[in-house]
Write a protein that binds this ligand. Structure first.
Ligand SMILES: NC(=O)c1ccc[n+]([C@@H]2O[C@H](COP(=O)([O-])OP(=O)(O)OC[C@H]3O[C@@H](n4cnc5c(N)ncnc54)[C@H](OP(=O)(O)O)[C@@H]3O)[C@@H](O)[C@H]2O)c1
Length: 323
């Protein structure tokens, strides 16, 4: 495993982190979840990314993570960097969603209970909700640090103007933003263009999610939508209609370039995200041990020649692929 520094901080993260958005809920096989988490940790993936609502059912990924941790890894807590987030729909009633102080503080308390942890290494505002003043959300994060419930704080998916405002407030309180989390893949260059430099200029590390566009940037959908895949599952966030002919065609062409690099398309797509040296880590999701093992082999080839970069750019420079 390789480790990269997070912005202007003393923290290093593995270039690949494991996310528990899918595949760790109470609809998923617990034995597979266990073997993936243990394999990840044994391979140097010491960063695990959670959120209050991951499941389904919402909260169950945190419960399962806590069970696995307690059973197998509790003596390794100080070797791990564990995140959670609040901001998306979680519980019923008007306070169960959004980025208010009420939601953030209650969510963190609930997430600590579900995981059985004493503190999170980083707690994020999961989303700018469009109405809560950024001052209120950031003050809630700052207070979580002061209360010892989180060591660091981060923001996720903040639009550029709110992103800058968040950094300014956090810096002034001496709780600087450790990580900014954005979606980024060969099919999604938006954050790279709009948010990465702001983060880098403010000393925040950058961590990318959905680097495989939820599976579209693998060879899995090249010949249709396989049974059991995220697009086929009722609980999956990837919808059948998002597996468009244009995206599949582009994935087919990218797959040929990957083959010429002796990589799978998944490996090349991960290497592409990591090729931006502003990025500290990318968070992968896997539904099997084989996927995890295969994705770890990305580290064998992270370089791109000018010719490869040029050929890839020609394929992905197409807004119809963006997603
Ligand atoms: N901050 C936020 O708002 C936010 C939003 C989304 C995600 N995240 C974080 O980012 C993490 C990763 O997101 P993601 O799960 O969308 O990441 P992703 O890596 O783009 O997609 C993961 C999915 O791709 C498929 N896959 C992975 N490796 C494969 C391989 N080698 N061959 C074939 N298929 C493969 C699997 O789907 P199948 O089930 O089809 O096998 C897997 O579940 C999440 O768990 C979460 O922690 C954060």
């Amino acid at each position: 495993m390789y480790y990269r520094k997070c912005g202007h901080s003393g923290i290093k993260l593995p270039v690949l982190s494991l996310g528990l958005w899918h595949n760790f809920g109470d609809v998923d096989p617990f034995d597979v979840a266990t073997e993936m988490m243990l394999k990840a940790f044994d391979s140097g993936i010491c960063h695990f990314d959670l959120a209050n609502n991951y499941g389904p059912s919402p909260g169950s990924a945190e419960v399962n993570f806590g069970r696995i941790l307690k059973q197998h890894l509790s003596s390794h807590r100080d070797e791990m960097f564990i995140s959670s987030k609040a901001g998306h729909d979680m519980w019923q009633g008007v306070y169960g969603t959004g980025s208010s102080r009420k939601n953030i503080i209650a969510s963190c308390d609930q997430s600590l209970k579900r995981t059985g942890l004493d503190y999170f290494d980083i707690f994020y505002s999961h989303v700018y909700d469009g109405e809560t003043p950024v001052e209120e959300t950031m003050q809630a994060l700052i207070d979580l640090v002061r209360q010892g419930k989180a060591l660091y704080v981060g923001i996720s998916k903040y639009p550029a103007d709110k992103q800058q405002q968040a950094y300014d407030i956090l810096r002034e309180a001496h709780v600087p933003c450790l990580l900014s989390q954005y979606r980024c893949s060969l099919f999604d260059p938006k954050a790279q263009q709009e948010n990465f430099q702001i983060a880098a200029d403010n000393g925040s590390g950058i961590i990318c999610f959905s680097p495989l566009a939820q599976g579209l940037l693998t060879d899995k959908y090249l010949n249709g939508i396989p049974e059991g895949s995220r697009a086929a599952r009722e609980s999956g966030f990837l919808k059948r209609e998002q597996v468009t002919a244009k995206r599949v065609e582009a994935a087919g062409k990218l797959n040929e370039i990957a083959k010429s690099r002796n990589q799978s398309l998944a490996q090349m797509a991960l290497a592409w995200v990591l090729n931006d040296n502003r990025v500290s880590s990318c968070i992968i999701g896997t539904s099997s041990l084989a996927q995890l093992t295969g994705n770890l082999d990305t580290l064998k080839n992270l370089e791109f020649s000018a010719e490869e970069t040029n050929s890839i750019n020609q394929i992905i420079n197409n807004p119809e692929l963006y997603f």
